[in-house]
Design a binder for this molecule. Structure first.
Ligand code: FAD
Length: 397
């Protein structure tokens, strides 16, 4: 009998597929179960930052990501709503490495999916049940299928069905904000700074633009307060007139872009307070199932990629039973403080971006100093942290 452990991942989003890549890279056997009939993400952007890009590159994904990512660097700035400059946005880690891309979500998912053997991806599998015993973990699916594994990773998003097997059920918290987002061909805005991440802040809302897909498309997002809870879905069609009206009178660069928008999506912004636990026996939460966060640092997917990398390092030396449970405890001990910090900082950054400050000069000072926070996010090397954690643990044993 093989002593290789087998990991079942529930959820084939960015977090689940990144975890599959990380585990395969370390020789761990995986199966991914996704409820949708096909893998996919709608047209919208996501930032990949140095903290996760260095991990993805080590997994061998550097070249395919470079083919579809958009370089982001020169001209990246924060502005007030009238377009006056508040400060620069840091686009490199402390070593000067510009390890970041603006990505189309579909492109990122495709790169992640293509690196996993197709036989290991099971679409049309909506997980409905989980049990575990000394022999292993057992999953059941709405289509009648059952699966067995040594470890189950719940990468099933903010409304995770598996989360209740780890913590008491609770509802995600609505932020009071709606994000309108979409893509526009860069050719339609010839004067636009093609490689810039630009953020306009003011009047209880904010607007940002960054390039995706080799710079051929611009991803825009308008964050607008609303009393009505908005459906939390990438595919809900937003009202482009309402979006344009929300930013009327802002910097002409913003209003000219919005004049050209024909359709957009909207998305209600939810997060959770940090969970008290992430693991139970053979089950571990990952990504938005563990730590959904507001998008104001662009770190949700990046933190999910860190989670998967940590799990791969910690599970690599396990051959079964007690070792697995200890490795998952270590995963929680290593990851929960970092992700909880980023969750809290994302909330704080939202207050800055939305100008929820009595004294805007104070907001501007904090924004101008935000390079420190970004450095601490970008410089973090979770693979190294996990290896050090495992070595300390072995030395103590
Ligand atoms: C407006 C906005 C902008 C953002 N921008 C960024 C950014 O720039 N950078 C960044 O890092 N993050 C960003 N994020 C956050 C990021 O999108 C999420 O953190 C990330 O997508 C979470 O990935 P996940 O795989 O954990 O969850 P999800 O992407 O939600 O994937 C969960 C998967 O599980 C599947 N699933 C659910 N239930 C079941 C079930 N019962 N059985 C089987 N499958 C199931 C779902 O179909 C889905 O495919 C942003 C978020 C928002 C709202």
């Amino acid at each position: 009998m093989s002593d290789r452990i087998h990991v079942a991942i529930v959820g084939g989003g960015i977090g689940g597929l990144a975890a599959a890549n990380a585990l395969l890279h370390r020789g761990i056997d995986v199966a991914v179960y996704e409820q949708a009939s096909a893998l996919g993400e709608v047209g919208a952007g996501v930032f990949i930052y140095p903290n996760s890009l260095r991990q993805l590159e080590r997994m061998g994904l550097g070249a395919p990501l470079a083919r579809v990512g958009a370089k982001v660097g020169p001209g990246s700035e924060y502005y007030r709503m009238d377009g006056s400059v508040v400060g620069k946005i840091l686009t490199a880690d402390s070593s000067g490495w510009n390890g970041m891309y603006g990505m189309h979500r579909g492109d990122l998912l495709q790169v992640l999916a293509e690196a996993v053997p197709s036989a290991a991806i099971h679409t049309g599998h909506r997980c409905t049940g989980f049990t575990q015993d000394e022999q292993g973990a057992h999953l059941s699916f709405a289509n009648g299928h059952v699966a067995h594994a040594d470890v189950v990773i719940a990468a099933d998003g903010i409304n995770s069905v598996l989360q209740k097997h780890v913590v008491e059920p609770s509802a995600p918290e609505y932020s009071g904000f709606r994000a309108y987002r979409g893509l526009i061909s860069a050719d339609r805005l010839p004067q636009w700074r093609r490689e810039a991440h630009q953020v306009w802040m003011g009047d209880g809302k904010h607007f940002m633009v960054f390039p995706v897909r080799r710079g051929e498309l611009l991803n825009y997002v308008g964050f607008v307060p609303t009393d009505n809870e908005t459906v939390e879905s990438w595919s809900a069609i937003g009202d482009r007139d309402e979006l344009a009206a929300s930013f009327a009178g802002w910097d002409p660069r913003v209003t000219e872009l919005l004049d050209k928008v024909e359709t957009c999506f909207w998305w209600g912004l939810y997060d959770r307070r940090p969970l008290g636990r992430w693991v139970n026996g053979r089950l571990a939460l990952l990504g938005d199932a563990a730590h959904p966060m507001l998008p104001h640092l662009g770190q949700g997917a990046n933190q999910a990629i860190e989670d998967g990398t940590a799990l791969s390092v910690l599970l690599q030396a396990c051959s079964g039973g007690k070792e697995i449970e200890e490795a998952l405890q270590d995963y929680e001990a290593l990851r929960r403080p970092r992700a909880s910090f980023v969750q809290a900082e994302a909330r704080k950054n939202g207050l800055r971006y939305d100008s929820k400050y009595k004294d805007l000069a104070q907001r501007d000072r904090e924004i101008a100093n935000s390079a420190q926070l970004r450095k601490s996010l970008y410089d973090f090397d979770i693979e190294k942290e996990a290896i050090d954690f495992r070595s300390r643990r072995t030395a103590l044993a």
